[in-house]
Every structure is written in C-alpha cells, then in structure tokens.
Design a protein around this ligand. Sequence first.
Ligand code: ADP
Ligand code: MG
Length: 587
Amino acid sequence: MTRLIGELLRPYRGRLSIILAAMLVQTIMGLVAPWPLKIIIDDVVGDHPAPAWVAWMVPMMGADTKIHLAVAAGIATVAIAVITGIAFYVANYVTESMGQWVANDLRVRIFHRLQLFSLGFFDHNRVGAVLSTIMTDVQTIQSFASVSTLNLITDTFTIFGMVIVMFVLRWDFALIALTVLPFLAVFVFRVNGLIKKATREVRQRQADLTATLQQGLEGIEVVQAFDRQDYEEQRLVSASNETVTAWLKARRVSSLLSPVVGLAVAVCTGLVLWRGSVLVLDGVTTVGTLTVFLAYLAKFFQPVRDVAVMTNSIAQVSVGFERIRSILEADYVVPERPSAIEPPPFRGDIEFVHVAFGYDPNVPVLRDISFRIRPGQLVGVVGPTGSGKSTVVSLVPRFRDTDAGTIRIDGVDICEYQLHPLRRQIGFVLQDTVLFRGSVRENIAFGRPDATEDEIVEAARLANADEFIMRMPDGYDSPVGERGHSLSGGQRQRIGIARAFIRDSPILILDEPTAALDAESEESVMTGLRRLMEGRTVIVIAHRLSTIRDADHILVVKDGVIAEAGSHDELLARGGIYADLHRIQYR
Ligand code: ADP
Ligand code: MG
C-alpha cells in the first residue's frame, strides 16, 4: 500500500512541499497570534519595559514609544491574519487539486489495467463491482486526500508543539497528560481493526448493490418483457437493505471513538486537577500556572481527539486501497513474451494441437482439441449449445489462454506473436453486434479508426448496409443509441459486417452471426457475409446447417471434444451427430 501511495504522490512532490510549507506557516502564525495582545497588556497598558527586540523593531523610541507599540501591535494583528489567510487558501486549494489529480490518475490507471486483462478477469468479476471500485473507492481516497490530509498534518504539528510547550511549562503535569496516550493508542489500534473489517463488509455490499443496479438496468428490456419488475425490485431492496445494515454495524464501532477519547481526556484532566490543587495548597505552584496548563491541556487533546476519530477515515481509505490493489495487482494480463515478434501478414494457416481449456481450472470445458485449417479455407463449427464452440474460437485471438496444448498460426505458436498485431489480423462478427453511443460512421470506423470516408462507405455497401443507412435521417451521421437500440438486429449485424470489412483481416471468425435474425434479414445479412468471407480464412460457428453446407471442412463439437470432422457429404454419410442435426433441421 505504501508503495502505491508513493507512486501516486511522486508526480505531486512539488505540491506536497507547498502544502507542508503553508501548513507550517499556519501553525507558526497560530503560535504567534497571542503575542500582540501580550505586548499590549504588559508593555503598553502595563509598566513592563518592552524587550530589546521589540524596541529594535519599532523605531523612534521615546515619548511616543507606547503609542508606536500599540500601532505596531495592531498592524501585527492584521498582518498575522493576512498571512494565515493566504497560507490557509494555498494549503486548501493545493490539497484539493492534489486529491482530484490523484483520483484522476487512479481511475486512468485502473481502466488502463483493465484493458490489458484477458476476458478471464471478467469471467470472475462482475462489471458492477469493478465500476463500484473505480467510482466509490477512488472517491473515498480523493476526499481523504483533499480534506483529512490537511487536518492530519496540522494536528501532528500541533501535538508536537503542545507537548514541548507543556513540558517547558510543568513537566510533571505534562507526564500525567502523556500517560493516557499509550492506552489510547492501543484502543485506537484495536478499533481500527474492527472498523476495517466492518468497512470491508460495507464496500462489498455497496459493490453488490451497484452490480444489482447495473444488471437490472442493462437487462431492463428482459425484465419488462417477463414482467419481473417486482422480482428485480426485491433484489435491489435486499441488496440496499444489506448495505444499510453493514453501514450501521460499522458505525456502531466507529461511533465509540469519540466518547472513549473524551473519557480519556476527562481522566487526565481530573488527575491534573487533583495533583495541581495539592501542589497549589502546598505552595509549590501558583493558581495561574495551573489555569494556563489546563488551557493547554484542552488545546493538546483536541488534535489527539481529531486524529483518533480520523481512524474511521483511515480505515475506509485503506480498505479502498485494498480493493483498488485487488484490480491493479490481479494477474490477468495476457502475457507477452519479451521475444514476441510482430507477425507478418497471415496466410491463414490455423492449427490447434491437443488444446485444453477451462474457465475454472478444475472444470475442463475443452479437452484435447486438434484440427488444422488451411489458408483460405471455410471451416464450419457445429454442435449443441454449451458444447464449447464459442470457447474454441475465443482462444485464437488469445481472449483467454489455453491450459494445455498449442495454437499455431502459419506454423508459429500464437504466444510467440505480439498480442495487438495478432488481434489486428483477426476479424469478428458475433451473434450480437455491440454498438457504442456515437454516429453510424464512428461505429463502422471502430474496425480501424484511420479509415477514410470512402472506405467506410465502401464497407457499408459491401455489407449491404449502405441502403438502410442512407434512409436514416442523417445518413452516416445518424446517432445510434446505447447498445444500438435504435437499430434492428439485422441492421446491427450489417454494421458489424461493415466493421469487419474495414478491418480487412486475413482471418475471420463468425460466431452464429445470423442466429438472432428472422429469415428475411438473415438473407440480407448473408449476402454481406458471403462477400466478407471471400478470400479469407474463415471459421464460422453455425446454428443453421445451411450456412455451412459449402464449407471446406466441418467440425462437430460435443462436450468439449471434436466428435466428428469432415465435409458435409462425408458427415451425412457417416450417420452420426451431424446427420442427426441435419435430420432435425430438415425434417
Ligand atoms: P457454445 O458456444 O458451444 O454454445 P460455449 O463455448 O459458450 O458453448 O460454452 C461452453 C461451456 O463453457 C458451457 O458449459 C458454458 O457454460 C461455459 N462457459 C462459457 N462461457 C463461460 C464463462 N465466461 N465463464 C464460465 N463458464 C463459461
Ligand atoms: Mg456460443
């Protein structure tokens, strides 16, 4: 944790020094502030001769000395207030800006890290919980950095200053005051552990709440279609209730801090009162000293109380850091060997050699998958739902890494290639094309951001999308909504195909691209797809056998293994799974 904090603060060393300097000035001004009053009382109103340094600072000593002193004291009071004000302003603004920028850096860092992760991370972490960390945990750290750091620094300065002053004033009283500190420290340490535990629970519940909200809103269509609003609401209510319960549990502990510190202060004050009055009675010390000391005692315990109560914020911040670190240090970055090479343009020879994979290492999903695809071939993959077809193709661009076996493209293990150039040579059209909020043009150019206007229009034309795009009110500039809701399924797929055209990759993966479409839009999408597949190595997962009738090779996946392989006619003649599927579909 300290390493992370160090890394985060390193760029802001300059600001930190400014903050420290400003706080120091503020503390010194606080100590100096009562002095003009003392000079007025002792030297102007009273008969004390002004100390030599005061006389030196106020020129023209003589008959008017006292008046000059009074004027100087007045000016000094204003000057101290001005300097304190400037220091306060600087410290406040600079601390706030540091807090905001540190939070900004953290958000960017977490997001950057997430982009590097394989999809395995998202198999194991809910998006809502990750969102909650990026927003809430970062926010906790930001507000601590912006507000509490200041108090923490002033309080530390003040505590040290006061201890020194008290020892100079009366060391025996000072010792009494300090005896309570070790007990307080032990108590705060214990409570800190409890608060941290409770806070972890709170953050966990809050993350659950965000995840529930996120899922509920994202699936609002399904929820309404199935008329399950009550059910969703119930889920939200219980997640929300649990958050409240967890909060209150944490509060029960943290609310103890202030009264316990108060009690400790009272005990100390009582001891000083008792010992003090005995000493006054014995004539060892004066009533004045005792009064002054009690005043200091109050001033000393205020920051002690603040620091103790801040345990709560500190516990929250360290839990926030824990959660952020669990993302930053999660081991899901797709490893790229130092010796990795930039792949040459692929010919499209894909080979799986005894590949095994499981989302959960103990539950194998794919076992001993071996096959070979020659450049330019069209390979169909069929099989029952859940048999592992999508999993097989997700291994080619290394969305996930194999547990055993090797995948080669053009004869080289894909782990020997640099990741991004590898992915750039693989195009996708999936069952559901995700569109981002933006114009149609931007969504097509998503396949390659530097695509020219002509390329975009050409891609749309080839994808059979040009015609419906031109009918939209603003053509290529028409906005599409979040998740592409304003477009029909077939239209979205055609934009997905245009994207793949723009990408123009030698290898193309199609995962049931027409599964969600009606017969009419399927035909229109298929026209685009057929153009797209030309001249590339294509793996197509097909739900309808008609799509792959002309495939060069067909793999039948069942229960994570390749159960049958061959051409359409060979597989039919064999009378196995494929023949059964065929019979069902063409009955
Ligand atoms: P198919 O595409 O053939 O329908 P998949 O490859 O999607 O099948 O899934 C194969 C198996 O892996 C299924 O049992 C499925 O439940 C499981 N699975 C798929 N995706 C995930 C995931 N992200 N996390 C865990 N298990 C998964
Ligand atoms: Mg699938």
